[in-house]
Design a protein. Structure first.
Ligand code: NIG
Ligand code: FE
Length: 402
């Protein structure tokens, strides 16, 4: 019987997704799993037997988990970026038919293969910055055929590159022009046709909504959640990004995995999240790009013990930023997270926001998704925005970068 390959790292500084271990550690992987994680002083001969030397020193973290992206899209929105610099707001541009809808036009025009080719380098950029799991949303198709097209592209991306892609149907992202003044009818389409079609093709792992004045009401989003529940799909929400509508509390009542953005979240919303066990996904890239001033209620979330995740929100409009470690930095500088909180936010808590237990943590039995960084301390990942620090990356037990 051939032996399952084992790899051994010695003298590692380990951040395991929750905490930094206080002493030099040994880590052994076996096949696609973490087999041993122990202080160096406990590493004995029996553990080392038949293990390949994988290296020594540096900082090891779980592979990063980017739990909120819109990575598949056509066109770009540099023109809108310029208009915002001249004074127009994100909401004004959206109301005038630009914003998300301009990406919808470009995405509908693009073929599945074109969307795939355009998205590959973006996903590669996330991978080269340490991501081993990336969530990708639809939401620029806004009809059954084009939403499914986007989700198929997302699935194919996960087959093309060494990364786990988790998909989310975001049909309720914006009102498509065909349904002007008929938003309830569009919600019917999502509930009666889009969700069932995505489920039938096995294309979606969750359902998301954009609950906002420029998008959908709390009642409309709740109808989408009820339809998702019927199909056994977990739910999440873009909520309280530009105003406080109470979408987060409603999503929490439905057991949402996460509420995302949440700059305008109030204490009642924080309490609802705590009771539901939802994760607060904070998106400093969108906050930065849109030059928001309303900070998410970090201290209230902390006090309530609501886990905070950090993600890129990579998209062509509000966050054209494709670098997970930049988000660690922005989460600290803009939202005053500690580096440890930011790192937990892109590992253990991000996995929790995806409803996952098998990755996002370095612990015995977990999937061997890991990164080794050429730094001295985990906090350096958030401190500096500096390419070239990823020394090794392992995805499900297979080395992809060394
Ligand atoms: O997460 N808030 C709504 N949706 C996206 C923006 C998408 C876009 O502008 O294209 C977000 O910020
Ligand atoms: Fe988003």
């Amino acid at each position: 019987m051939p032996q399952t390959p084992r790899k051994l790292w010695r003298d590692m500084t380990v951040f395991d997704g929750v905490q930094e271990w206080p002493e030099p550690m040994a880590v052994i992987t076996r096949g696609d799993r973490i087999d041993t994680l122990c202080p160096m002083r406990e590493l004995d001969a029996s553990l080392i037997q038949n293990a390949h030397d994988a290296g020594r020193g540096g900082v090891m973290t779980p592979g990063l988990v980017d739990c909120h992206t819109h990575l598949v899209f056509g066109g770009n929105r540099a023109d809108e970026f310029e208009r915002r610099l001249e004074g127009a707001s994100y909401a004004e541009i959206a109301k005038a038919g630009g914003g998300i809808l301009s990406t919808v036009r470009a995405t509908r025009e693009a073929s599945e293969d074109e969307l795939l080719e355009r998205a590959l380098p973006r996903l590669q950029a996330l991978i080269d910055d340490g991501a081993t799991t990336v969530e990708i949303k639809s939401g620029y198709g806004l009809n059954v055929a084009d939403e499914l097209k986007m989700l198929r592209v997302a699935r194919r991306l996960g087959e093309r590159l060494p990364v786990r892609v988790v998909t989310t149907l975001l049909g309720a992202h914006a009102l498509p022009p065909e349904y002007q003044d008929a938003s309830d009818a569009y919600i019917d389409l999502i509930c009666d046709e889009m969700i069932p079609a995505a489920v039938a093709e096995g294309l979606t792992d969750a359902v998301d909504v954009f609950c906002e004045k420029i998008a959908f009401s709390v009642e409309q989003c709740e109808r989408v959640f009820l339809a998702a529940e019927k199909h056994g799909l977990p739910i999440k929400a873009h909520a309280e990004q530009l105003s406080n509508l109470g979408g987060t509390a409603m999503a929490a009542r439905h057991g949402a995995l996460s509420a995302d953005h949440i700059e305008f979240l109030d204490q009642a919303g924080v309490d609802a999240m705590r009771e539901a066990g939802s994760v607060a996904v904070i998106l400093p890239g969108a906050f930065h790009t849109l030059r928001e001033t309303q900070l998410p209620p970090i201290e209230a979330l902390r006090e309530a013990g609501v886990p905070m995740a950090v993600a890129t929100d990579a998209n062509p409009g509000s966050s054209p930023l494709f670098q997970p470690t930049l988000m660690l930095n922005l989460a600290c500088t803009l939202f005053r997270l500690t580096p440890r909180e930011a790192l937990a936010g892109m590992t253990a808590h991000a996995a929790q926001a995806l409803g996952a237990k098998e990755f996002g943590r370095l612990e015995v039995g977990a999937l061997a998704d890991l990164c080794v960084w050429d730094i001295q301390r985990p906090a350096e990942l958030a401190y500096a925005v500096q390419p070239g620090r990823l020394r090794q990356r392992m995805f499900q037990g297979v080395m992809t970068h060394e």
